[in-house]
Structures are given as structure tokens and as C-alpha cells.
Design a protein around this ligand. Structure first.
Ligand SMILES: C[S@@+](CC[C@H](N)C(=O)[O-])C[C@H]1O[C@@H](n2cnc3c(N)ncnc32)[C@H](O)[C@@H]1O
Length: 274
């Protein structure tokens, strides 16, 4: 049944979406058409599947967040787990006159799609890391060794690091390793925008993936014990402990999929290196 639905999706929805995009572009201002033209054709591939609505919601939210928090001229922006690179067109507006956006991902199809979709975005680059993740199998790559992190950036150089829906795929040990790395690569007072699934007294009626019933380490949970990296949630207190001493919380936007009050799907934290 699932396979049939999948086929119907690709046979009907995908071609229809290409027509819809064309029509939407014709009816839009040039500035809006630019965003439509920078949706990758590979948006529906499984690794980092997104609906158009979700894609645009994210871009709108991050356009506002970057405009509010990113004050540095010619910033270096690092997008850890960039997926299909939805934040590259957002970051482009901040780096086109200098600085650099670098999207890093472990999924080869996503990085290939980024290279195809964004060749015209000046100062925007993408890097296929050797770092493994149990939920995102790599093909034909020698994974980096445990404890190593394969990011082509120097310490103290990045003004903004984003990790959107990435810590929701990391168990505590790896999450700590990456948080330390983020701290190292950020410039003094650099910013990080990280998303998490924060546990609340709430049962998501739409998607069981956001109901975290299986404990891992204290305060860290998964909804899918067969491969915990599929979906990881964290209690508020565990998050406070996790960030403690390294980052000051400038803003917490609550995530609605775990019962938070804001329209963001996951909880977003705007953090400053201390
Ligand atoms: C849910 S997707 C989110 C993609 C993108 N940030 C977005 O919001 O559309 C999670 C992404 O993190 C990537 N990822 C997971 N673990 C990673 C790691 N250790 N290093 C780099 N990328 C990783 C996956 O390949 C996937 O593209």
C-alpha cells in the first residue's frame, strides 16, 4: 500500500508541482519568483523530504531570524546538516558581498542536489562530510573515525552556525561532541541557532515520531528504539545542562510538534558563545 501511494505521489504530485511552480512564478513579483526558482527539483527525495509549505515556512522564519540577529557585515555562516540547502538562498542575502555560507551534510544526494540547485549563489558552498549518522546511511564513503569531525573550517572563524533538525538525530554522546565543535569553530560572541524536540506533557496526535517514549541517557529519549537516531527528544533540564557554561540563550522559540506554543515545528534556540 505504502509503495503504491509513493508511486502515485511521484507520478501525479511531482509533475503537478512543477507546473504549479511555473504558474506561481508567472503570477509573482520577480523578488518572490527568485525564491520559487531556488527550490531544488530534488526537494521530494527521501533523505531530507520537505513539502513546499514547510520549505517556505522555514525560509521565512530564518529570513527574519537572520535579519534580527546577524549584525556582522560579510559573515561566515555554517549550516551543519544542511540537507537540500534550504537556508542557502536565505544566507545568500547576507554573504553575497563577502563572507561565506558553507552547507555541510553527510548525505551525498542532498549535497549533489545543492550543487545542482544553487550554482548562481555567490559565496555559497557545500561540503560532503565523512561523518556518519546511523539514520542517514552513507554510500561509497570511508566514514570519519569516532571522535573526529570532518568539517573544513578553522576554529574561531564562524559568525553563525545553524543546525536545523540535526540534534534531533544525535544521541547525547555525539551531540556533546558536536556542541564542543560548534563552540570551537564559532568566533568570539558568535551565534548558533539550534533546533531540538523538547519534551512536554503532550501527545502528538498527528505523528508518533514526536512522541518520545523510550529513554536513552538521562533526559534524552527516542521514539524509535530500533534506530534511535531516527528521532531524538530531550527534556528541558537536560538541555540546560547540555548548553551550560558554553552558550547564553538569547531566544527560545517553542516547537509545536511537541506541544510548544509557537508556529515553529521544532524548538529553536538562538545562542551566543560565552
Ligand atoms: C532532518 S534533516 C534536516 C535538513 C536541513 N537542516 C533542513 O532543515 O531541511 C537532517 C540532516 O542532517 C544530516 N546529518 C545528520 N547527521 C549528520 C552529521 N553527523 N554530519 C552532517 N550531517 C548530518 C542528514 O544527512 C540530514 O540531511
Amino acid at each position: 500500500m505504502r509503495n503504491i501511494l509513493k508511486r502515485i505521489f511521484y507520478v501525479i504530485y511531482y509533475p503537478a508541482s512543477l507546473i504549479w511552480r511555473k504558474l506561481d512564478g508567472i503570477g509573482s513579483w520577480k523578488e518572490t519568483k527568485w525564491w520559487i526558482d531556488h527550490v531544488p527539483d530534488a526537494i521530494f527525495t527521501p533523505a531530507t523530504y520537505a513539502s513546499y509549505a514547510g520549505w517556505m515556512q522555514n525560509q521565512g522564519m530564518f529570513s527574519a531570524l537572520f535579519s534580527i540577529y546577524l549584525e556582522k557585515d560579510k559573515p561566515n555562516i555554517l549550516d551543519f546538516g544542511c540537507g537540500m540547502g534550504g537556508l542557502a538562498p536565505v544566507a545568500y542575502h547576507f554573504v553575497r558581498h563577502g563572507g561565506r555560507y558553507l552547507g555541510i551534510d553527510t548525505d551525498a544526494r542532498s549535497i549533489a542536489a545543492c550543487h545542482r540547485a544553487y550554482p548562481d549563489l555567490k559565496n555559497c558552498e557545500f561540503y560532503l562530510t565523512r561523518d556518519p549518522n546511523a539514520w542517514y546511511p552513507q554510500e561509497g564513503i570511508e566514514p570519519s573515525k569516532s571522535g573526529e569531525i570532518d568539517w573544513p573550517v578553522e576554529n574561531n572563524t564562524q559568525d553563525l552556525l545553524i543546525a536545523m533538525s540535526v540534534f534531533t538525530h544525535l544521541q547525547e554522546k555525539d551531540a556533546v561532541k558536536y556542541l564542543n565543535k560548534i563552540y570551537e569553530v564559532l568566533a568570539p560572541q558568535g551565534l548558533a541557532i539550534l533546533s531540538f524536540a523538547i519534551l512536554r506533557h503532550y501527545v502528538n496526535p498527528n505523528n508518533d515520531i514526536y512522541n518520545f517514549r523510550h529513554p536513552l541517557t538521562p533526559g534524552w529519549y527516542t521514539s524509535y528504539p530500533a534506530c534511535p537516531e531516527c528521532s531524538i527528544g530531550i527534556e528541558s533540564q537536560a538541555l540546560e545542562k547540555f548548553l551550560n557554561g558554553k552558550f547564553k540563550v538569547l531566544k527560545h522559540v517553542e516547537g509545536c510538534v511537541t506541544g510548544g506554543k509557537h508556529p515553529s515545528l521544532q524548538d529553536l534556540f538562538v545562542l551566543q558563545k560565552v
